[in-house]
Design a protein around this ligand. Structure first.
Ligand SMILES: Nc1nc2c(ncn2[C@@H]2O[C@H](COP(=O)(O)OP(=O)(O)OP(=O)(O)O)[C@@H](O)[C@H]2O)c(=O)[nH]1
Ligand SMILES: [Mg+2]
Length: 316
């Protein structure tokens, strides 16, 4: 059986139903970053996504098992810098629009134009709340400037089966796309395709890093588009860490660029009882290190940066 892992972006205007769609179908607890709305858009809803949503759905038949990793964007324009961070390496994108709010169509069109200009991967339009829409879908398609061959899937994002139909349609579009069919991420990241050798070397690098500091409680190496490549995390953490680490590095890169702070080095997330520190491992990789709250951060940086440098050479 062929196994593919696909990264799908779920984009669209504020309150279109992106978080709702991912939450309806994810088989893992959704990584949601909802915050209370404090401006006039509060009349529409009380919470909004400020960084990302992340969920996963596996679909399978006799020949293919597809793991669909769904990255949801924040809809509000002030978070638009996150769109490109989350879109890195996407295989396709779903543009969610709410048919019951025609006033959001222009915004939806702008978002669609943004991604069409950025990438030629396939997309599907999820026409949410379609059951309550009075007009023909062609009116909606015109408002979004869609070509006649664009794929529109009427849906109700709150309904699991309906939401699933959207992502399965997206999967079929990706598989039909030239060069589609998904990819084995580790193989794609290695120049010579020697995936098993690279996996062994990544595991070795993780092992050596663990040996170098007793403060380290877990390590993950991910691709910069948020897919796990190797880790020694407990099962309850390995599902979301790659997506969170890649997003943290992507966002941190934006921040250092914005303020002219030079090349990105690391981002330290400290809680009272522990650290998660993310490092860049070259342009294609990310190293995430979990450590005890009492850890010596200077030593941690020293050993982790050495490991990140070694890992970056493996991910050519
Ligand atoms: N009845 C109904 N309500 C829906 C449906 N889809 C979404 N909603 C509601 O519409 C609102 C959409 O909210 P979200 O899913 O948070 O929207 P979002 O696109 O993630 O919004 P931002 O992240 O803030 O940009 C919520 O109040 C949902 O409950 C649907 O199919 N039917
Ligand atoms: Mg949301």
């Amino acid at each position: 059986m062929e196994v593919v892992t696909l990264k799908l972006l779920v984009a669209g205007p504020f309150a279109a139903g992106k978080t709702t769609l991912i939450s309806a179908i994810s088989e893992i607890p959704v990584v949601a970053t909802e915050a209370e709305v404090t401006d006039e858009t509060r009349a529409t809803k009380l919470n909004t996504t400020v960084t990302m949503d992340y969920g996963k759905l596996t679909v399978a038949d006799d020949e293919l098992r597809a793991e669909l990793l769904m990255f949801g964007t924040p809809g509000q324009e002030r978070f638009s810098f996150m769109w490109d961070v989350l879109a890195e390496g996407m295989d396709g994108y779903i543009l969610v629009a709410d048919l019951s709010r025609p006033e959001s169509f222009e915004e939806a069109r702008g978002i669609l134009d943004h991604f069409r200009a950025m990438s030629d991967v396939p997309f599907v339009v999820a026409a949410n709340r379609s059951s309550g829409f009075p007009g023909p879908v062609s009116k909606f398609a015109d408002a979004l400037g869609l070509d006649p061959e664009a794929v529109i899937v009427p849906c109700e994002a709150v309904d699991r089966e309906s939401a699933k139909e959207v992502v399965v349609t997206m999967l079929l579009e990706v598989l039909a796309h030239e060069g589609g069919g998904g990819r084995m991420k580790v193989e794609e990241l290695t120049a010579n395709g020697a995936a098993s050798t690279v996996t062994t070397s990544l595991d070795q690098a993780i092992l050596e890093l663990r040996r170098a500091s007793r403060d380290i409680t877990g390590v993950m190496v991910a691709s910069s588009d948020g897919l796990s490549l190797a880790h020694d995390l407990p099962p309850e953490h390995n599902l979301q860490t790659a997506a969170m680490a890649a997003t943290a590095v992507g966002l941190s890169r934006r921040i250092v660029e914005t303020f002219g702070h030079g090349a990105f080095e690391d981002a330290v997330v400290r809680g009272r009882d522990g650290y998660l520190v993310v490092y860049s491992a070259g342009p294609r990789g990310v190293l995430a290190v979990l450590a005890d709250g009492e850890a010596n951060l200077g030593l941690l940086h020293h050993v982790a940066r050495r490991a990140a440098s070694r890992i970056s050479k493996l991910l050519v």
